[in-house]
Design a binder for this molecule. Structure first.
Ligand code: CU
Length: 172
């Protein structure tokens, strides 16, 4: 009983403790040779997770609005980082947009949009009210069905209990 309760507590507590740090571009880092639309595919960014941008002196990280992301405009950046090792905490649900302000880099693809979902796993309500799904937010495919083994077990149980009953009846 104590062990079961402890395991249950662990299961309940674990999701909150599992904040993930994503290194943007993985080993390539934040540079102009990575397709960041491709990099976000299949990843689920949850409130509390962090993005780590690693980059050399020719790059920087500007967080921008969606329209400035679309237009590669760094003139109204919400925040600017150029330390080469920038950690951004995804502190709320919704979309976040990052571009490199170096001339030509954003236009050549050095731009990152992430959709951050609430820790409970629910999709955030879109603040703009737009019904369109943001790019890269396609949910992952469901896990493959694992029904076969349990069906086999069920069949085994169906066969097992009458046999056991017969054996016990014979023995008594
Ligand atoms: Cu750059």
């Amino acid at each position: 009983m104590g062990l079961a309760a402890a395991l249950l507590l662990l299961l309940l507590a674990a999701p909150a403790a599992l904040a993930v740090q994503y290194t943007v571009g993985d080993s390539s880092g934040w540079t102009n040779t990575v397709n960041y639309q491709g990099w976000v595919q299949g990843k689920t960014f949850t409130v509390g997770d962090t993005l780590l941008f690693t980059y050399g002196g020719s790059h920087a990280v500007d967080e921008v609005s969606q329209s400035d992301y679309d237009n590669c405009n760094s003139g109204n950046a919400l925040s600017t980082h150029s330390d080469g090792n920038t950690v951004i905490t995804l502190s709320s649900s919704g979309s976040r947009y990052f571009i490199c302000p170096t001339i030509g880099h954003c236009a050549s693809g050095m731009k990152l949009a992430v959709n951050v979902v609430a820790a409970g796993g629910n999709s955030p309500s879109t603040p703009s009210g737009s019904p369109t799904t943001p790019r890269g937010s396609t949910p992952p495919p469901p896990p493959p069905p694992s029904g076969a083994p349990s069906i086999m077990n069920y069949g085994f149980m169906l066969a097992f209990w009458p046999v056991l009953g017969a054996v016990l009846a014979i023995m008594s």
